[in-house]
Structure formats: structure tokens, C-alpha cells
Design a protein around this ligand. Structure first.
Ligand SMILES: [Zn+2]
Length: 104
């Protein structure tokens, strides 16, 4: 009778340990996934070399100052400092495209 009790308690602790272990592993994996999904602050999405315009067609800022968004239009890649500038450009894309200052 005593032996049965001891075996039962050993089994119980093994199960408890296994559960804890799995839960810990699962938590670690989720933490890694969240870390990977976060965009790195050092990464540069677009560079001035990737676009055809010299200046943001909406606000006039040079593309070398930083590009947050790009637009493919009339076989050109146009860089913008922000999504807002791109949206403004798209409000009258044909007219704005004609005024873009291209790289020389
Ligand atoms: Zn801009």
C-alpha cells in the first residue's frame, strides 16, 4: 500500500514537472516570436539609391534625408519622406508626376 502511494506521488511530480517544462518552453518561443516581429530600429527600408526622384515630390525634402514610402508610377520609383506625402501625391498623381524633380 505504501509503495503504491510513493509511485503515485512520483508519477504526479513527474507530470507536474513536465507540464511546467512545456509551459516554460512555450513562453520562451512566444517571446522570441514577438522579438522577431518587431522591426529593427537600425534597419533602413529604402535608400535614396532605390528611387528615381531627387526630392520628395510633395514636400520638397531631398530623398537623401530619408525615405519612408515609395510609389511605382509610369515606370519610375518615387520616394517619399512619409506616407502622408505619398497620399498627397496620389490625390493628383498625373499633375504631381509632371512636377517631380528627377535625379540627374
Ligand atoms: Zn515629404
Amino acid at each position: 500500500m505504501k509503495i503504491k502511494l510513493i509511485i503515485a506521488s512520483i508519477l504526479f511530480s513527474v507530470i507536474l514537472f513536465a507540464c511546467n517544462h512545456i509551459r516554460k518552453h512555450f513562453t520562451d518561443v512566444s517571446a522570441d516570436t514577438i522579438k522577431m516581429a518587431e522591426p529593427s530600429k537600425d534597419s533602413v527600408k529604402f535608400t535614396a539609391a532605390m528611387v528615381d526622384n531627387a526630392k520628395d515630390a510633395t514636400c520638397g525634402m531631398p530623398v537623401t534625408a530619408g525615405i519612408e514610402d515609395t510609389l511605382h508610377y509610369n515606370n519610375k520609383v518615387i520616394g517619399f519622406c512619409s506616407k502622408e506625402c505619398k497620399d498627397d501625391f496620389l490625390k493628383d498623381a498625373a499633375k504631381n508626376f509632371a512636377a517631380v524633380e528627377w535625379k540627374k
